[in-house]
Structure formats: structure tokens, C-alpha cells
Design a protein around this ligand. Sequence first.
Ligand SMILES: Nc1ncnc2c1ncn2[C@@H]1O[C@H](COP(=O)(O)OP(=O)(O)OP(=O)(O)O)[C@@H](O)[C@H]1O
Ligand SMILES: [Mg+2]
Length: 289
Amino acid sequence: MSAMTETTQPRRVPTGDREDEIQVYGLHKSFGELEVLKGIDLTVHRGEVVCVIGPSGSGKSTLLRCVNMLEQPTQGQVFIMNEEITDPDADIDRLRTMMGMVFQQFNLFPHLTATENCTIALTRVLKKSSADARRIAQENLAKVGLGDRGDSYPAKLSGGQQQRVAIARALSMDPEMMLFDEPTSALDPELVGDVLSVMRDLANGGMTMMVVTHEMAFARDVADRVIFMDGGVIVEEGPPDEVIGNPKEERTRLFLKRVLDPTHVNAGAEDAAYAERHKAARVHHHQED
Ligand SMILES: Nc1ncnc2c1ncn2[C@@H]1O[C@H](COP(=O)(O)OP(=O)(O)OP(=O)(O)O)[C@@H](O)[C@H]1O
Ligand SMILES: [Mg+2]
């Protein structure tokens, strides 16, 4: 039945416009009976910073994970630089080298130094010489403010520093675009600012970015476009001043009230749901400290 539905979907062709770096058409994703994405259409343009906001469980991470095929969509198509990554014959590894990915958990190799964490894929995947790889790693560690910490092992770095190494590692691959999934949400509050400021610099440098975030001030400041998701659909999107500053949709207003107004009667409900879903990540992070 589902195979039939899929084959009857019209196949889209990409726009072919180099500016349209990420193109998502009719994206659906189910986990068993649970339909998490219910038809997402989205284009991210070269140099654009798109922040995705929305309640816990609305499908933000799943959307990002479908863009780089860490999750296989149930239906729909995704094009990266006008090449279809959802095509069964796609060279997913090659297309992924165009996307730097940074997640809540930094996933650094604990037995490798900051520099080695950056060079390993350069030498093994991109076949760079070790001298070139070290030079590239050094440049990118400097870019994230860790030029003097290349020889440090992850355990000797704060969470914020580890996350900046993870960003430097992604940048070392010279990606076309960067995908971030709540890169600051496992960090202690005083470490969040440094990571956001690195991301702000990247945005100002013209990097194409898709950022799932709960940091409303960052989204408001840095995003070219904010997407509000709820229940697996895009409810509202537009410039931050509109979506965050003056939302049109009731669902967006309610969400923002919950996250922005601590005196609201539902304050904490969002945080509680969020904390519950991310407990594992936090425990993991603190064990590493
Ligand atoms: N691998 C999976 N198997 C089963 N269900 C999943 C899986 N991944 C996600 N889900 C479910 O899909 C829904 C959307 O999850 P997703 O992680 O995309 O939400 P989110 O918007 O990123 O939420 P949060 O803000 O808490 O990170 C949730 O109900 C979640 O439990
Ligand atoms: Mg998520």
C-alpha cells in the first residue's frame, strides 16, 4: 500500500539554481504509526540563515536528520546543491561532505586531541596530507577561538570548548552549508554565549546555515528566516521580526508565550517536556566533564 502511494507521487526535479542549496519537497516521515513530518516544503538559499523553532516533539530534529539522510524519509524528496540525496542511487557520503553537522552532543573522539579530531576525516576521507590537514585544523580551531588548545584532549576542555572543536571539525571539511541541532542545549548557561558567538561569526561570513534552536534571542538576531514547526508541519515562516516579533498564527503565539514569558500560566510546561526528552544527553555530557 505505502509502496503504491510512493510510486504515484509525482517526482520533482530540482530548480537547477545554484542559489537553492537545500530543496525539500513533500517530505513525510513516520516512525511506525507515528507520523512525525506531514509534508514539509522548504528551500534554503546560499548564505541564508534559517532558524527552526517549535515545541518539543514537533519534528525539528527529524527534519534536519532527513536533510542529511540520517533518517530515511517515508515520502518526498531532498536535493542538496541540486542533487537528490533521497534518490536510492545517491552517493550519500559525497553529498554529506557538503554539509557540516553539529549536534547537541559533540561526539568528539575522547582519545584524540582537538587537532586530531579535526584532521582525522581530512586525512582518511579527503586524503589530505597530514601537514595540510594540520594546517586546516589549526586555521579552523583559531576561527572558533581555540587556536591554542589544539593539543588538548576533549576531557580537558569545557563543554563549550568541546562544542567549538566540533564546529571546527565540521568547518575543516570546507562544507557548503552547516546544519546545527540545538548546539547549545547541553551546555551550562555560562558556556552558551561563546558557541553562539562563533555561530554568529559564521553567519556573518556568509555560511548557509540551518539551525534548530531554542535560543530565541539568537534566532531574532541572526536568522534571515525563522520557521515555526508544530505537529510535523511548518505553521509559519518569515523574517524574525514577524515570526518572533509579531506572529500571525495562534499556535506560534502560544509557543512564544511559553518560551519567552516566565510568568505565563503554562511556563515550565515546555521546559519540562524538553528536559525530559533530553535527560539522556545531559547525563552523558556531565559524565564527560
Ligand atoms: N528514531 C525514532 N523512533 C521513534 N520515534 C522517534 C524517533 N525519532 C524521533 N521520534 C519521535 O518523533 C517525534 C519528533 O521528534 P523530534 O526529535 O524530531 O522532535 P524535536 O522537534 O526535535 O523535539 P525537541 O525540541 O525535544 O528536540 C517525537 O514524538 C519523537 O518521540
Ligand atoms: Mg530535537
